[in-house]
Design a protein. Structure first.
Length: 277
């Protein structure tokens, strides 16, 4: 696919809205190759008995999120360090970027969506925040669990979700859309890229379909000038694929479990992140 230029209009939109969509940045062939790499990982996990079917989620429990399988996998590492995405992100931030973490989502039929959240709540990049590159690996929209964002919400500091009854939200936590803002459902084609700020409120809808997966890979990045980051995200790679180190923030604000993708806890790892002005 052709390189998409990041000009002043794209930079202004990203600064104002906190996200940017780049259409069909990856070819269907590149996407198919990445899906095949993750399918091999999934088959190995199944063969080793590491994926266990849950009685309350008989289908989507067989297709869990696959986190950080870029480590030791050359094909996946090449994909997340692709010049097209790295150049675009560095053009938007004005700085060299480091890859922190990857998550591959199958989003099987019937899978629940993620509530609104901010990525840097758990990653704890300091100073500044994180940046995500979300690549649509299937055609996605509100019907099958597409990405939703709250444009402009990246101007807010990191906030803690409120606890709610699980009848309201399966994760038991919620961040309300701030007054004066609205969430926006994104419809994406295969190979589309969404870049967004780590303070941006975003989530996804439930997969209401009976026969459509909504595969996607999201990679989180931090500026090379980042000083500290949470332990779970400390495996940092520069764009040459070399591992680099930074100091650790002492505690995450999120515990992730098998039963619930996000189980929030309160842990003030950095007052500067919460109250920075």
């Amino acid at each position: 696919m052709e390189q998409q230029t990041i000009g002043q209009a794209e930079k202004a939109f990203f600064q104002k809205e906190g996200y940017l969509v780049l259409k069909r940045l990856f070819s269907e062939e590149a996407v198919s190759a990445l899906n095949e790499a993750y399918h091999k990982v999934w088959m190995e996990l199944m063969a080793d008995g590491k994926i266990v079917q849950a009685a309350n989620r008989p289908f989507d429990s067989l297709y869990p999120r696959l986190r950080d399988y870029h480590r030791g996998n050359e094909a996946i590492t090449r994909f997340i360090l692709d010049d097209r995405t790295m150049d675009a992100l560095e053009a938007l931030t004005g700085e060299e970027m480091l890859a922190c973490q990857t998550s591959y989502y199958f989003k099987a039929p019937g899978a629940k969506g993620l509530p609104l959240h901010q990525d840097n709540y758990s990653i704890g990049a300091y100073p500044d925040t994180t940046y995500a590159i979300w690549v649509s690996l299937d055609v996605s929209d509100e019907r099958n669990g597409g990405l939703r964002v709250v444009p402009g919400s990246h101007v807010f500091d990191i906030v803690s979700p409120e606890s709610v009854d699980k009848k309201v939200n399966v994760y038991g936590n919620r961040i309300q859309v701030p007054d004066g803002f609205e969430h926006k459902e994104l419809a994406n084609d295969i190979g589309d890229v969404v870049i967004f700020n780590g303070n941006l409120l975003h989530g996804s809808s439930d997969n209401h379909s009976r026969d459509s997966f909504r595969r996607a890979i999201v990679t989180h990045y931090a500026r090379a000038s980042v000083e500290k980051i949470t332990l779970n995200y400390s495996y940092l790679l520069n764009r040459k694929g070399e591992k680099v180190r930074r100091k650790l923030n002492p505690a995450a604000r999120v515990i992730e479990t098998k039963e619930s993708l996000f189980e929030f806890k309160e842990a003030k790892y950095f007052d500067q992140i919460i109250h920075r002005g």
